[in-house]
Design a protein around this ligand. Structure first.
Ligand code: PMV
Length: 321
């Protein structure tokens, strides 16, 4: 029986992905830059099951609901097409991301699934090909194939994959402020933003420049420049999202208070910068030596967890999942 297991970690973007130029192929309107984390792994085993009537999917030992199972099947269909196979599979996934931590689970989930499914269906794919494949499950999953800092290129299907980037060392402080599920998924919110915001074209064209500037900061090993661009780009993304019709607001008063506190800490000489994904929780970046002090300062606002740069998605030796 063909079987393979893989492990992958979530990533947090510094230069954000928001908007697709092709929703079927999941091609981003602009490139993005992220850090793959060293915590909250997803471990996924794919076993081919030629006698089964359909794919089966479990998450943390519980049979998946209809929608996630359909997403897994649609993804496996791509893999089967590449492999020239029609065999259904059993997919068992264990996620260490607490469901209410406010961290997206799809990036680690589809990166682990891409690597495990490629192994089980005997596809020999290099990292760019795995990144392109993971992208089809969830855009940001393209970046979780890569360890540490990763740039995900905009472009056509062949060119849109993530690659490693050298840059300054930093830690991330995840500040959990609100544990409720978001009301509008990033997938739907992106479509609404692209279709209705008068600022969308400006966002796409300015992001290309901001990404260039961030990559230059990485090349110069300049944490300060990278941090300033990170905070700028997060606030621009949330301004854009709020300008959709009807508007979408992910940030809450507690999120704004966290951005204010980060600015205060900076003014007081503790260098750190804030960002936030499609939700109210805030992630703060700081030099590794400052991370614990920043976490201590932010602990009054919410639960803090310090994380660092982690590995890319990897196939696990048989029998170790
Ligand atoms: O890949 P998705 O559909 O989960 O979208 C991710 C969008 C953001 O997290 C808000 C930004 C990003 O670049 O990760």
């Amino acid at each position: 029986m063909n079987e393979a297991s893989a492990r992958a970690y979530p990533n947090i973007a510094l230069i954000k992905y928001w908007g697709k130029r092709d929703t079927a192929l999941i091609l981003p309107a602009a490139g993005s830059l992220s850090l793959t984390l060293d915590s909250y792994a997803t471990t996924t085993t794919v076993r081919l099951d030629p006698d089964a009537a359909s794919d089966r999917f479990t998450l943390n030992g519980v049979p998946g609901a209809a929608t996630p199972t359909q997403r897994v099947t649609r993804f496996l269909d791509l893999v089967r097409e590449l492999a020239g196979s029609t065999a259904p599979a059993r997919v068992d996934s264990l996620s260490e991301i607490p469901t209410d931590a406010g961290l997206a689970s799809s990036a680690a989930g589809f990166a682990a699934l891409a690597v495990a499914a490629a192994g089980a269906y005997r596809l020999d794919l290099d990292d760019p090909a795995l990144s392109r494949l993971a992208r089809r499950g969830s855009g940001s999953a393209a970046r979780s194939i890569i360890p540490g800092l990763a740039v995900w290129h905009a472009g056509d299907d062949a060119a849109s994959y993530a690659e490693p980037v050298d840059g300054p060392a930093f830690a991330m402080i995840i500040l959990t402020l609100d544990r409720s599920a978001k009301r509008v998924s990033s997938r739907d919110a992106m479509v609404r933003t692209a279709g209705t915001s008068p600022f969308y074209d400006g966002w796409v064209s300015s992001t290309a420049q901001t990404l260039e500037d961030a990559l230059a900061a990485c090349r110069a090993n300049d944490f300060t420049a990278l941090g300033l661009l990170t905070e700028l780009h997060a606030l621009r993304m949330h301004a854009l999202i709020q300008s959709a019709d009807p508007p979408i607001r992910y940030l809450k008063p507690a999120s704004i208070a966290a951005f204010d506190r980060v600015e205060e800490l900076r003014t007081a000489g503790l260098e750190c910068y804030a960002t936030a994904d499609a939700g109210p929780n805030v992630v703060v970046i700081a030099r590794p030596a400052d991370a614990d002090s920043v976490a201590t300062e932010l602990a009054a606002l919410g639960e803090t967890t310090v994380v660092g740069a982690g590995p890319g998605a990897t196939l696990l030796p048989p029998g170790t999942a």
